[in-house]
Write a protein that binds this ligand. Structure first.
Ligand SMILES: *[C@@H]1O[C@H](CO)[C@@H](O)[C@H](O)[C@H]1NC(C)=O
Ligand SMILES: *[C@@H]1O[C@H](CO)[C@@H](O)[C@H](O)[C@H]1NC(C)=O
Ligand SMILES: *[C@@H]1O[C@H](CO)[C@@H](O)[C@H](O)[C@H]1NC(C)=O
Ligand SMILES: *[C@@H]1O[C@H](CO)[C@@H](O)[C@H](O)[C@H]1NC(C)=O
Length: 797
């Protein structure tokens, strides 16, 4: 009992204090300027629902001390009050609440047709006999249920607009300020506000200007239970014409009573259908049909968790807008946030919607932050060199996720150990992009930690051994940690690890025993370690054998440094979830170059990927031909070959039905011919007489890049051959979808064949090819420039 009471009082106090601080700042103008420069930009956000932005989280130390002092006094008062049996309600009301207006986005409303009808019909009905003056209608319901929305619907209804002579919208909120309300009414009636601040002077003016007019007054978000507040204002409204209406929205039934309500309308939660519709409207805004279809089923599940609260649906919808993959959506669905299932609605309202309603820069003081911070579950903060670390974080003992966006903040390394010690419940820690050089060993105590994101910590040189105690760790991301040369050996103890992301990091070898991490779903890079100083600590490629669950992207580096049997044992083709594979043969070892071609040929054959592979990159491969499995990759969309200097002959790539992008860079090919297109056997095909055959080479190719092919001269002759052979029965289509063609530094190439230029090309980019320039450049009177004149974008350099 005592704890909520104190936090309530502190919240009240904070508001008062922060107003005071604001006044001080305003008074000392010179100071204020400086304050803006020194302002600490701290963003707190409650992931998974509301965003809660605090600009002045850490204020002057003096104020913090003052708060401490006063809060002790308040403790005392609180105790006294309690001992007198006084009750204090509403922890939430004292915090500044946002202003509402009658304007809103009608397209995002759903499931309120019936409610709107009943409100409108009450507004338009004959006044009840016993009412003198004006009927009061109250909309009562919990926070986030859509009371304001319903009032807005009624306010903007055409019949309502026609029925009343004047419509007035006042956002009442807390505190109930009669002067402000009277002024707001006058402003909307008269178009100007009188220059008086005394209620006795204002009220007669209200009474006068409303006299005899049929008005519709909305008092949105009323909290006061003190009937005296209302009694002062109400008589001045009595002079309006019969049929006038006051519409009150409030969370509390008692408020409706105090306001002298004639009609009370209780707003119920929405149906799941309506909630889904709101959620979908927001979440799928700007998304393709395909995405929609892919995510709808999870979306429905998330929307069903909104408990019929439209605000929750909107907020969650907004959250999902930035989440693209199904996995991300599933993460939200299965996240801790839904622990709220068992708590009652009031609780939900307080924990989730209160911060949400604060969506603005409110002048909350530190005390309020301190009390709120204990309840914070998900927090992101932004700091920079010019600020100090927000000490209030130390109170955030309930944090489940923490994101520190530190902009190279130089003191983070010094601060981190103390912070980390506090985070006993933390599940997810994101320090990506920070300038830390090491992770404090205290991290090993965070037993609940599941996700550790260190992406782009370029100065990070090592990970502590204690990290290997984090038995619940599911993902570790050290992408682009260039200075990190080694993973701790004991990382292979983390048997729950699902995602190990080391792409583009400095990690020089894989720790021995990595094959034990059989839960791995992502392993984005495997470095083969040849003989050398690290051999005894390093995993052999054959350890991949046990990791059949890995999917997504995998780069294997230094393939040449390993043995052929090991590569075969890795059994890449069993990794059915793998979509993108990079095979990099590069090696520092000085193998005998003459043997390389043969060795590489055998090696690549045993590296057969799963047949569902979508993207393949092969680098520094010295073999003479591509592997036999290449043509089995019928789902391949992207094929890129870099630095394959011995590769003179290409297989019939034109037969890969889904290939959309082909890039050949520094490859030893000498000619593009019918074999490459996959049409050379057409003439001999078994075609029954009288039948038409269609052959399409590269049916889906959209982008073709030919770069640094020093040997290629010939890329023609195909039309003629085809012409001879297909005379009667076969139609041949070549690259019918090609949109973009790049040719760089192919100095011997003489011409681009007509079939390519006849494709629906939109972009043609020719650089460093003197022969082609002479032939196609208009400014050089190229003989064939007319063949490319239809292409929208042409670059010839
Ligand atoms: C981690 O933080 C960075 C910014 O500091 C952000 O871009 C990234 O999306 C965050 N990652 C996750 C998983 O939240
Ligand atoms: C912060 O300070 C460090 C060290 O002096 C510096 O390297 C870094 O660039 C600074 N960050 C910013 C955003 O100025
Ligand atoms: C061996 O590992 C260390 C990191 O521990 C690395 O710096 C070094 O380059 C590696 N040596 C080789 C030959 O890869
Ligand atoms: C590619 O061609 C450009 C333009 O002729 C030239 O400047 C560049 O040196 C060439 N690059 C190579 C690697 O040959």
């Amino acid at each position: 009992m005592a704890e909520p009471l104190i936090s309530l009082l502190l919240e009240r106090l904070a508001t008062v204090l922060s107003q005071q601080v604001q006044k001080e700042v305003n008074l000392g103008k010179g100071d204020a300027e400086e304050n803006i420069h020194n302002q600490q930009k701290i963003r707190c956000s409650f992931l998974g629902s509301p965003c809660f932005c605090l600009n002045h989280v850490v204020r002057r130390r003096a104020i913090a001390l003052k708060i401490k002092e006063v809060s002790e006094k308040l403790d005392k008062i609180a105790n006294e009050r309690a001992s007198y049996g006084l009750q204090i309600n509403r922890a939430t009301n004292e915090i500044q609440r946002p202003t509402t207006t009658p304007f809103f986005d009608e397209s995002s409303v759903s499931g309120r047709d019936g409610d709107k009808k009943s409100v409108v019909s009450v507004l338009l009905a004959e006044s009840s006999q016993e009412t003198h003056g004006v009927d009061v209608i109250s909309l009562v319901g919990v926070g986030g249920i859509g009371k304001t929305t319903l009032a807005q619907l009624a306010f903007n209804d055409a019949e309502v607009t026609a029925h009343f002579e004047k419509k007035i919208w006042v956002c009442v909120s807390e505190p109930f300020d009669e002067v402000r309300i009277a002024k707001a009414i006058l402003e909307q009636l008269e178009g100007s506000t009188p220059n008086v601040d005394e209620l006795p002077a204002l009220l007669p003016k209200v009474s006068q200007s409303i006299n005899g007019i049929r008005v519709f007054l909305v008092l949105d978000d009323v909290w006061t239970e003190n009937h005296r507040h209302w009694e002062q204002l109400k008589p001045s409204l009595a002079s309006c014409a019969r049929g006038s209406r006051i519409l009150v929205t409030t969370r509390k039934g008692i408020v409706a009573t105090v306001m002298g309500t004639n009609h009370r309308i209780n707003i119920e939660t929405l149906s799941d259908d309506a909630c889904r519709s709101i959620f979908n409207h927001v979440a799928f805004h700007d998304r393709s049909k395909v995405e929609r279809e892919r995510l709808t089923d999870i979306g429905n599940k998330i929307a069903n968790k909104c408990k019929g609260l439209p605000l929750a649906a909107k907020v969650l919808g907004g959250l999902m807008q930035s989440k693209r993959t199904r996995e991300e959506w599933e993460d939200v669905l299965s996240s801790e946030l839904w622990g709220l299932n068992e708590v009652d609605k009031d609780q939900v309202e307080k924990e989730i919607f209160l911060p949400l309603l604060l969506m603005d820069d409110n002048n909350l003081g530190e005390a309020s932050v301190q009390t709120s911070i204990q309840r914070v579950r998900h927090l992101s903060i932004v700091i920079s060199n010019e600020t100090s670390f927000p000490s209030s974080i130390h109170g955030a003992k309930g944090l489940r996720s923490l994101l520190i966006d530190s902009n190279g903040y130089r003191w983070l390394g010094a601060t981190l150990p103390a912070v980390i010690k506090q985070l006993i419940c933390i599940r997810s820690l994101n320090l990506s992009g920070s300038s830390i050089e090491e992770i404090p060993k205290e991290v090993g105590k965070l037993m609940h930690l599941r996700h550790l994101n260190l992406e782009g910590c370029r100065k990070l040189v090592s990970l502590p051994k204690t990290m290997c105690d984090l038995c619940n760790l599911q993902s570790l991301d050290v992408i682009r940690c260039w200075s990190l040369k080694e993973l701790p050996q004991a990382i292979v103890k983390l048997i729950n690890l699902r995602h190990l992301c080391i792409y583009d990091s400095g990690v020089a070898f894989m720790p021995k025993g990595i094959g034990r991490l059989t839960c791995l779903r992502t392993l984005d890079r495997f470095l083969v370690c040849g003989a050398g100083e690290n051999e005894s600590k390093a995993a052999n490629l054959r350890e991949l054998k046990n990791l059949d669950g890995i999917g997504g992207s995998l780069e294997i580096r230094n393939l040449q440094g390993g043995g052929i049997e090991d590569a075969a044992e890795a059994q890449l083709k069993n990794k059915k979830r793998l979509l993108c594979l990079e095979l990099n043969f590069d090696s520092d070892s000085d193998s005998d170059i003459s043997n390389l071609a043969l060795e590489n040929n055998i090696l690549i054959e045993v590296l057969q990927p799963p047949s569902d592979l979508e993207r393949l990159l092969i680098c520094w491969y010295r073999g003479i031909g591509l592997p036999n499995w290449m043509m089995a990759l019928t789902r391949l969309q992207e094929l890129r070959l870099f630095h394959c200097s011995n590769l003179e002959v290409l297989p019939p790539l034109g037969r890969l039905p889904n290939l959309e992008r082909l890039e050949l860079q520094s490859v030893g090919v000498r000619r593009f011919d019918a074999g490459f297109l996959g049409i050379e056997k057409v003439g001999n095909a078994n075609i029954n007489e009288g039948e038409d055959a269609r052959v399409i080479a590269f049916p889906n190719l959209k982008r073709l890049e030919i770069l640094y092919l020093d040997e290629v001269e010939e890329w023609d002759g195909i039309e003629r051959r085809v012409g001879e052979e297909d005379a009667t029965t076969t139609s041949i289509f070549i690259m019918p979808q090609l949109r973009e063609l790049k040719i760089y530094n192919c100095s011997l190439l003489r011409a681009v064949p007509d079939y390519v230029l006849a494709a629906p090309l939109q972009v043609l980019d020719i650089t460093g090819c003197p022969n082609l320039r002479r032939r196609y450049k208009k400014e050089e009177n190229g003989e064939d420039w007319h063949k490319i004149s239809h292409i929208r974008e042409v670059y010839i350099h």
